[in-house]
Ligand binder design. Structure first.
Ligand code: GAR
Length: 205
């Protein structure tokens, strides 16, 4: 798989650790490259420490969003991944990327979709006054966080979560999210899957 990141990369680290612990045979997948939309982030440093190739494609370096999308597509395709994992990648990919990787591009989102899509899933759930939130691993389609759901994890919102703008809540979500993502990627890779409309079927379902 190729993993795309924009920040701290703790979800990437969980995948790196799972591959390391299980081996490619045991876990079912390995990371062939890590891509980012910005330089100097911990996510890239994690990849470099693990000896995994990295690439950066920054939107401002291209004349248009479509040109950036094409560059990201080509950089990713160079590694011939079977699966692409958007793990804290804070950009919406475009038509070119979807045409190339649709049906094998997954994203992890810090809310229970279809509630609270977009870039502020944690903050939006808190502001709404929701009592539970969580995380969703889903296939990516043309919409923003609208693709078929693969798995979700639930996290309770506590009264004190309103005191720090959601930082502690996001950390609790990320603990659940990392386990969920590792589990989903392993199962998709080992067992195979098919997407039937909005239903994602793993081999044992
Ligand atoms: C994760 O919680 C992920 O769901 C979220 O960014 C965090 C990345 O953490 N993504 C989004 O909000 C996408 N809309 P990490 O860099 O430590 O893996």
């Amino acid at each position: 798989m190729v993993v795309l990141v924009s920040g701290s990369g703790t979800n990437l680290q969980a995948l790196l650790d799972a591959v390391e612990a299980g081996g490619v045979e045991g876990y079912g997948a390995r990371i062939v490259a890590v891509g980012a939309d910005r330089a100097g982030i911990e996510g890239l440093a994690r990849a470099e420490r693990a000896g995994i190739p990295t690439f950066v494609r920054r939107v401002p370096e291209y004349a248009s969003r479509a040109e950036w999308d094409l560059a990201l597509t080509e950089a990713t395709a160079a590694y011939e991944p079977d699966l692409v994992v958007s793990a804290g990648f804070m950009k919406i990919v475009g038509q070119e990327f979807l045409a190339r990787f649709g049906g094998r591009l997954i994203n992890t989102h810090p809310a229970l979709l279809p509630s609270f899509p977009g870039a502020h899933g944690v903050r939006d759930a808190l502001a709404y006054g929701a009592k539970v939130t969580g995380c969703t691993v889903h296939f990516v389609d043309e919409g923003v966080d609208t693709g078929p759901v693969i798995a979700q994890g639930v996290v309770e919102i506590l009264d004190e979560d309103h005191n720090d703008g959601g930082a502690a809540l996001h950390e609790r979500i990320k603990e659940v999210e990392r386990r969920l993502l590792v589990d989903v990627v392993g199962r998709l890779s080992r067992d195979g899957y098919r997407i039937e409309g909005r239903k994602v079927r793993l081999r044992d379902e």
